[in-house]
Structure formats: C-alpha cells, structure tokens
Design a binder for this molecule. Structure first.
Ligand code: CTP
Length: 388
C-alpha cells in the first residue's frame, strides 16, 4: 500500500477529512497529516494523530519538529500528496510556489502525484483568480477533484462543496496505483443491461447491474489507460473515466462501433438484449384480456467487433450449463482474444453482488479463478488480456 500525505487547510469540510483519513488507514495505507494553522481552529492535531499514530505537523517552527529535515523526509517518502479540503488561499499558494508553512513547504518539496480537493464558497470558487490558479495547478501536473454542487455551509447553493469521499478515494486509488502497463492505451468497456422499449412506459431488460463492467473500467484507468464506458447502467460515473450513457441494444451498437475505431482494447461486459419488440407503441398500451409481443433479434455487437479487429477483444459468457463448452464456442465464433465465463448458478457470481467467480479462456488455455471482488477481477482480466 502507499505512503499518503494529507494536507489539511482551514475549511468547514475538514470534518470529512477525518473520515477520509480513517478510511485510508483501514485500506492499509500509511497516512501522515500536515495541517495549516487555520485548520487547527476547526479541529485539533490530536484528532489526526490519534488515528494515524504519527505526529501531526502544523507549523514549520513547531518545537518538537526539526523542520529543515522533517519536511524533506516527509516529502521523500510520500507516494501521493492530497490537499483536502483545499481553500482558495492554499490553492493560490501552491499554484504560485509559495512556501510559508509546513504544508506548503512540504508540498513544494514533493515530486510525487499531487491531488487537490477544493472546498469553498461558490463565489470564491468561481472567481477568475481561483480558476486561473486551478488551471495553473493542472498545468503543473496536479490533479483536481472538482467540488460538487449543493448547499454550502455559508447557506449559498452552488458549486464549492467538497467532492464526496467515494470520488476522492477513487482519485487516490487511481493516482497511487504503481503499475501502469496500459499507459497511452485506449480501453472501451460496455456495461449494464440494455432496455428495449415496448411503449412509452414499459421496457424489457435483465438483471445486470453494470458492476463488473465498471470494475474493469476502473482497473483499466488505474493501469494508466484512457477509458470510455458505453453504459446502460444506473451506477454513478466513476472518477477519471468518460461515460457515454445509452439505453437500447441499438444505441449501444451504434456507440460501440463508433468508439471502437480508436480503441486498443474492447471489453464487452454489457448484458445486451438478444431480442427487442418488433414495434414500439407510440402510446401507452391499454390492458386487455390477452397480450402477446412480437420480438425480433438485435445485432450481436461482439460478433461484429470480431469481424475486423485492430484491437484486443474480450467478451463474457453467461451460462447456466456446460460452462466451458458453451463459452469456448462463443470464443471461437466471435473471434475473441479472451472470454470470461460466468456460471450464473455458482455462489458468489450474482448480477448485483460485489464478487464474481469466473473461468478465463484464451488461446493459452482455461484458468478457473477463485471467488474474488469484481474490482480485483477487473485487474486480473486486463492483466491476462495484456499478457495474451
Ligand atoms: N453480446 C453482444 N451483443 C448481443 C448479445 C451479446 O455484444 N446482442 C455480447 C455480450 O456483451 C457478451 C457476449 O456477447 O460479451 C456473450 O453474451 P451472452 O449473453 O452470454 O451470449 P449470447 O451471445 O447472447 O448467446 P446466448 O444468449 O445464446 O447464450
């Protein structure tokens, strides 16, 4: 796990930083905290020290800290420096190389990945000076986790609320990941269950949540890729990934074929409907005695992608019997580089669950993997695909 330095400046969102530090420690990271003097007006350093089991640094002239040595040694061992919350004042300082306290001095001395999580009043955030400072930070290679819209502590409603902790943790996961074998590669992932309209009110769909596809997309992002998800899922857009929302199999087909032109790797994790209503009623269908729907086949996107490949292609096989035989048939027929075979009857392989148990099949053979989280499996699928 990583050595993470958390810089804390004086804003009311500081109470969320306490939860963040606690979460990072539970994830196994080694965390040290540096506070600005203003931050200590909101929370005492003891709060962070009790959690991290390290001294919390505040002032460069702190009696028990040998400043000249300490800020450099902290900077040297950090894998990642995140400022959360970052006030307009601290952003202005780091954008311009000011170093007048322990936080800004150490920040300047660090050459690791740096993340800034702004939190402030909307007017201060939208002020052209703050925006120019943030642009400058980006130019210098720092990563910004944009604040959210909402009700601010000052009573105003607008942009400036600290991003939610899940998003901040995703950014930390992304920038603290050490292996980046997919650097400069473009990965396209499909996810979720498509919806096929019957009338303006009703549709046909399936139980897919989109979790597996999103886990693969996040793993590809962490491994350095430029990632796009074509999504029929209701899940929130993950940090650091482009998401194109679609609904039907036809919309997914059109978007995937368009995006495939610039892809190096494509993973079709979506549960695409095989059939759709032949006619979509323009008005809501009124109930009657009996009702039947005429269905027609949708196009097989994966098969189309396999016809003329300039990318690596991975598909899924969802089976309830003869797992390996059926999956292998799809592997050959759809001209794939890898197929991930799921037995839907196996424990831990549910649509909505956070775990999966799969068998990977490629030209090198068959490998049954143990039960694992979908996030972990995301990395394993991509590693196998890259090695293949
Ligand atoms: N797939 C697709 N387009 C479709 C149907 C499926 O691209 N119209 C893709 C899925 O995303 C998955 C793979 O094909 O990667 C296999 O999907 P699956 O539902 O297991 O199999 P099908 O090919 O639809 O065959 P069957 O339903 O007969 O098992």
């Amino acid at each position: 796990m990583s050595n993470i330095l958390v810089g804390v400046s004086g804003g009311i969102a500081i109470y969320k930083t306490v939860q963040l530090v606690s979460d990072l420690l539970k994830m196994g990271h080694d965390v040290e905290v540096i506070m600005t003097k203003n931050a200590t007006e909101f929370i005492t350093p003891l709060t962070f020290s009790s959690l991290t089991k390290h001294d919390t640094y505040v002032d460069t002239f702190d009696k028990h800290v040998h400043y000249s040595v300490e800020h450099i040694s902290l900077a040297k061992k950090a894998d990642l420096f995140i400022i959360v919350p970052a006030t307009a004042n601290v952003i202005a300082k780091v954008a311009n190389g000011l170093a007048d306290d322990m936080l800004t001095t150490t920040f300047l001395a660090c050459d690791c990945e740096k993340i800034i999580c702004p939190a402030m009043n909307t007017k201060m955030y939208e002020n052209r000076i703050t925006q120019a400072n943030l642009s400058k930070c980006k130019e210098y290679g720092m990563h910004i986790v944009e604040p959210a819209n909402g009700l601010l502590a000052c009573g105003d409603i607008g942009k400036g609320k600290l991003a939610d902790l899940e998003t901040i943790k995703e950014a930390i996961r992304m920038y603290s990941h050490k292996d980046r074998p997919l650097d400069h590669m473009r990965v396209l992932v499909s996810a979720g269950g498509t919806k096929e309209a019957i009338d303006p009110v009703r549709y046909i769909t399936n139980h897919s949540s989109g979790k597996m596809g999103y886990s693969i997309a996040k793993a590809a992002r962490d491994m350095g890729a430029d990632v796009t998800i074509v999504s029929a899922s209701e899940l929130d857009d993950p940090y650091g990934v482009s998401v194109i929302h679609v609904s039907s199999a036809k919309e997914m087909y059109d978007m995937i074929i368009k995006e495939s032109q610039r892809a190096d790797i494509i993973v079709m994790a979506a549960a695409v409907a095989d059939y759709r209503p032949k006619k979509v009623a323009l008005e809501k269908i009124k109930k009657n005695s009996d009702m039947s729907l005429e269905l027609e086949r949708t196009d097989d996107i994966l098969k189309k992608l396999g016809e003329d490949k300039h990318y690596k292609l991975c598909g899924f096989a969802m089976e309830s019997e003869d797992l390996v035989e059926n999956a292998y048939k799809k592997f050959i027929e759809k001209n794939l580089d890898l197929i991930v075979a799921n037995d839907i009857k196996e424990k831990g392989a549910g649509f909505k669950s956070d775990t999966n148990i799969v068998t990977l099949i490629d030209k090198n053979g068959i490998k049954k993997l143990e039960l694992m989280s979908k996030d972990e499996l995301g990395y394993r699928i991509l590693e196998r695909l890259v090695k293949e």
